[in-house]
Write a protein that binds this ligand. Sequence first.
Ligand SMILES: Nc1ncnc2c1ncn2[C@@H]1O[C@H](COP(=O)(O)OP(=O)(O)OP(=O)(O)O)[C@@H](O)[C@H]1O
Ligand SMILES: [Mg+2]
Length: 331
Amino acid sequence: MTDTLLSVKNLTLNIPTGSGTLKAVRGIDFDLKRGETLSIVGESGSGKSLTSLAVMGLLGKSIKRQADEMRFDDIDLQKANRRVMRDLRGNRIAMIFQEPMTSLNPAYTIGDQLTETLLLHRKVSKAAARARAVELLEKVGITAAESRLSQYPHQLSGGLRQRVMIALALMCEPDLLIADEPTTALDVTIQAQILRLLVDLTREMNMAMILITHDLGVVARVADKVAVMYAGELVETGPASEVFAAPSHPYTRGLLRCIPQPGKTERGAPLGTIPGIVPSLIGDVSGCVFRTRCAHARPECREAIPLRGDASHEFKCVHPDGALSEEGEVA
Ligand SMILES: Nc1ncnc2c1ncn2[C@@H]1O[C@H](COP(=O)(O)OP(=O)(O)OP(=O)(O)O)[C@@H](O)[C@H]1O
Ligand SMILES: [Mg+2]
């Protein structure tokens, strides 16, 4: 028996549009063990949310999902019926969505929303569910937790709502937590606190976590593994320490150059960006998707791209070292 909790092989997501099929996600592989944190990073529109929604079975009906394997524990997610998926969600797999307000129902109290999932999935009394809700609100750092139960979402600040969202996701002690940009709506100082909290709680509860974020500084501190996504593909994956110490794909190196460095980046200096245009993912998508923005692009980048590195730290590039030796030439 392996301790792999989630395994995704060759996941492809196609979205029919008026002007053709959008090949939004192509050939994604990743796996996750209990207690491990995988961070998916990449710029807006690269397919991070779609990938996590595909795992949750929450894609819109029109989106076509294909994979060689999608397994959670011993459950085949491609064969699981709606009842099985509903039971998994909230109970064993929980998600914190990108938009906090869409996940809290304005018409119900915090207490009702917190206890509902537990009452739905577990045979517990109302009193026990309330006790658990209070315990979790305290855990996520909410004071006077008991009195919060009767409040409505609009009565809470953004930071508190985000904490409630985390408590909500943790009510059933899920095995896997998917956190999609869980802090974008918050102040920078609160962001760091909440992420720290999430990571501490996942460790404490021995949960696996998929953390989707733009914030590479956070990833460097908390993730065990990193998957770098660009235009619907994984261009580099590996242990976080290795990817940060030796980023191999030119896109990963571009992203890392965009992080402000304490003491090195001038205050108020614009954040670095990678120039160029993301290719259209409608129609024929072949070769390296990053070639339109890569300083090291060659004619062979239009062909099939080899996977390089070793089984744990892989990257897709025609250059054996990701063109690292040419890096000095880049302006
Ligand atoms: N229902 C849909 N119909 C058409 N296109 C869609 C749909 N959902 C997503 N897309 C497109 O698929 C691509 C990937 O979207 P996704 O939301 O996964 O990106 P993301 O990496 O989560 O971005 P962000 O960082 O902005 O949240 C985008 O180009 C998006 O416009
Ligand atoms: Mg997203």
